[in-house]
Ligand binder design. Structure first.
Ligand code: UD1
Length: 421
């Protein structure tokens, strides 16, 4: 296992290149299972979660190769429709093979993903969506077993208690491309990753309208073909670097970041007094004066992303005054609070809200990463802490950030990766 050693106190300056979006790459790779044709997917980030998806695809009998961010998929004649526990248990997003397998092979068995440290993660919306278009679904021996001789389009309301679901929308949208007739998804997720998936499906020959809004219409077609596609850049990585600039008092140009993908983060940073400017080649973020606290509530897109909550909390930890951060998507997603407290942050939890009392400075300490975005928050806090911080278990971070330490080093950070004894 690796750990990061970070020496805090450097104002980060310079330009950073973003990687492709992990959360767009995973369902787009799954979508290639809908056809026999060869697909070429570009700008795929070389991350642990992506490799897990490629392993699942190989296990299904599909030929996949990845080189320099380009994945070539050749699914011709694949027949295996079982995604086993061994792999699914390491990555919840594996559930997005359910819809494509069902639509293409008329049968799918995907291990139940289970909960994770950020809280319970039900799959009722995935099941509701697929049942609404005619799938027969049972839970047997820890597996979701889905069957349908011919899926049939229908109208379905897919909102849940915590808003829309990204991957449930993805699963239904993918399966509906090969259903007979029209499917209408109401309260669909409109995250940019769902939009990107729809664009890829359209390139494969699918008929989709309304993607990027809460109402998606899919007119089923007989078959899809393979396609070539380049994935959007990672908006959560962009947001993380935006906060890196703000928290260290630096000045970073985030190249090719799209302002419309990070609107809620930009708004909160601007309210806090951070200078954010959008240029042709990206977004520039700098801190020119002392910051003010802001209250943040996470919501589905275009609201403030839950995947940026921990990073924002790191920033508010050193912002004078009190801010309230409320988690509406995963109300238990606060594993980072106790680790930030080890660095001197003053944060109290009150149900789904964290009350953050900004301190003048944090101090380096040994801390442990608990999940992907919590790890990013610890790195951000470490960058501004006095002295040395050792962050262990950074394999969590490697699931979602490509070369984070190299990118930060280029901006001036003192960060290195070491093997844990
Ligand atoms: C995706 C992202 C993840 C992000 C999350 C929310 C990927 C690979 N992962 O995960 O990084 O944190 O969106 O933006 O894209 N829910 C239900 N029933 C369901 C499904 C979800 O109640 O059947 C709830 C969840 O518990 C959560 C909320 O809906 O409270 C949103 O979850 P969802 O959008 O489904 O998350 P994922 O798609 O798994």
């Amino acid at each position: 296992m690796d750990k990061f050693i970070v020496e805090g106190g450097v104002k980060l300056k310079g330009a950073v290149e973003l990687s492709g979006s992990k959360n767009a790459a995973l369902p787009i790779l799954a979508a290639t299972l809908l056809t026999d044709g060869r697909s070429v997917i570009k700008n795929v980030p070389p991350l642990r979660d992506v490799y897990t998806m490629l392993r699942i695809m190989r296990m299904l009998g599909i030929k996949v190769d990845m080189e320099d961010g380009v994945v070539v998929v050749n699914p011709h004649g694949y027949k295996n429709s079982v995604a086993p526990y061994k792999l699914v248990s390491t990555m919840r997003a594996s559930i997005c093979v359910l819809g494509p397998l069902l639509a293409k092979l008329k049968h799918a068995e995907v291990s139940m993903p289970g909960g994770c440290v950020i809280g319970p993660r039900p799959i009722d919306l995935h099941i509701k969506g697929l049942r609404s278009i005619g799938a027969d679904i049972k839970i047997e021996h820890g597996y979701i077993v889905a069957e349908a001789e011919q899926l049939k389009g229908s109208r379905v309301y897919l909102g849940g208690n915590f808003g829309s679901s990204v991957l449930a929308t993805a699963n239904l949208m993918m399966a509906a491309t090969l259903a007979k007739g029209k499917t209408v998804i109401e309260s669909a997720a409109c995250e940019p990753e769902v939009h990107d998936l729809a664009n890829f499906l359209i390139k494969m020959g699918a008929k989709i309208k309304g993607h990027g809004t809460h109402m998606i219409e899919i007119e089923g077609v007989k078959s899809l073909k393979g396609a070539e596609y380049s994935i959007i850049n990672d908006r959560i990585e962009a947001g993380t670097f935006m906060i890196a600039a703000a928290v260290t008092g630096g000045d970073i140009m985030i190249k090719h970041a799209r302002i419309e993908h990070v609107g809620a983060v930009v708004d909160k940073l601007q309210s806090a007094g951070v200078k954010v400017t959008s240029a042709k080649d990206g977004i520039r973020v700098r801190k020119t004066r002392s910051l003010r606290p802001v209250d943040v509530t996470t919501l589905p897109y275009p609201g403030f992303p839950t995947d940026m909550q921990a990073q924002m909390m790191a920033l508010m930890s050193i912002t004078k005054g009190i801010s309230i951060i409320t988690e509406k998507v995963y109300p238990e997603r606060f594993m980072h609070v106790s680790e930030l407290a080890r660095m001197g942050a003053a944060i109290a939890l009150e149900g789904p809200s964290a009350i953050v009392k900004g301190v003048a400075r944090l101090s380096g300490a040994p801390v442990m990463a608990s999940d992907l975005r919590a790890s990013a928050a610890l790195v951000l806090a470490a960058l501004v802490s006095r002295g040395k911080t050792e962050i262990s278990r950074i394999y969590h971070l490697d699931r979602g950030y490509h070369n984070l330490e190299e990118k930060l080093e280029k901006l001036g950070a003192k960060i290195k990766r070491e093997k844990e004894e």
